[in-house]
Design a protein around this ligand. Structure first.
Ligand code: ATP
Length: 281
């Protein structure tokens, strides 16, 4: 399967933070959820993909094209939604249309206005007077209206109410009906990933802790609630992370390596994330 996006050995150093040797790939037709706590390096990774910052090391390819050497061709293939919105606050949707038509060869004005009317966005109102949901929908409408094959979304559902969040996820679903379309989406709302992600990449303190198919993660791992003594008796290779308290212990375990009969419960993405960041490894 061709990869929509491939990141190899990406590094970027700031005074107080370093993104270190980040590598992962998004296969064509798939949704990759990029997760990690505040300040883990998700936005930095996304900015590096989009050449919005200078990277210290690493190579990034989109549909096989180098994102630096073939920047213009790559740009046409990517629909982008940034955390802070894509347009200046003083723009109207009509001005956003003008801006996008100059920026993208394949800009589809009709598609853009169809989205605006579907979302009930007034074309002559300034973005500063939009609600947060409207701002996000405008950015998504723009990202979807130049026939991109890869959507890159930085926290597209954060701060949205559950109804608007669901509408936004539906838009991504529609986009994904074409087998050639792929999505990279950073988020804190792991329940959204339970709905749409095929793969999960987890960044912690600037490094990739894992990048794996979501279903494999959920099948491989489980939560074991036991006594501290039972935890000590387990093969250390069975335990990915653990937490001990006054009343016992909890561990994120590899199901296949735990003795038969021990009660291992199923796990969700949020629990895996919490164990990996807060637990002892
Ligand atoms: P959040 O979930 O809060 O959006 P994030 O995972 O997207 O977090 P980043 O925005 O990538 O995290 O930031 C990672 C770290 O890099 C943070 O500590 C941030 O302060 C630092 N950082 C980001 N941009 C710069 C910059 N231009 N100069 C210096 N440090 C920066």
């Amino acid at each position: 399967m061709e990869n929509a996006l491939e990141i190899q050995g990406l590094s970027k150093k700031y005074a107080q933070f370093a993104l270190q040797d980040v590598s992962f790939a998004v296969p064509c037709g798939c949704v990759m959820g990029l997760i990690g706590e505040n300040g883990a390096g998700k936005t930095t990774t996304i900015k590096a993909i989009l050449n919005l910052l200078h990277r210290d090391a690493g190579e990034i390819h989109v549909f096989g094209m180098d994102t630096i050497a073939e920047e213009r061709a790559v740009k046409e293939q990517i629909g982008v939604v940034l955390e802070d919105g894509n347009f200046p606050q003083f723009f109207t949707a009509a001005q956003a249309d003008g801006f996008m038509s100059r920026a993208y060869k394949n800009w589809d004005k009709d598609a853009f206005y169809r989205y605006l009317s579907r979302f009930g966005i007034e074309t002559n109102k300034k973005i500063k007077d939009y609600s947060k949901g409207m701002r996000m929908k405008l950015s998504i409408a723009a990202a979807l209206s130049h026939h991109a094959r890869l959507l890159i979304l930085d926290e597209p559902t954060s701060g949205l109410d559950p109804v608007v969040r669901d509408e936004v996820l539906d838009l991504f679903w529609e986009f994904l009906q074409d087998d050639d379309h792929s999505v990279l989406m950073s988020t804190h709302i792991t329940s959204d990933l339970d709905k749409i992600a095929d793969y999960i990449t987890f960044i912690h303190e600037g490094r990739v802790l894992f990048s794996e198919p979501r279903d494999e993660l959920l099948e491989t791992y489980g939560v074991l609630k036991c006594t501290s003594a039972q935890l000590d008796a387990l093969d250390p290779k069975a335990v990915r992370a653990s937490r001990r308290g006054a009343f016992g212990a909890e561990a994120l375990v590899r199901r296949g390596m735990v003795p038969q009969g021990w009660p291992v419960e199923s796990v969700n993405i949020e629990q895996i994330m919490l164990f990996c960041t807060k637990g002892e490894n």
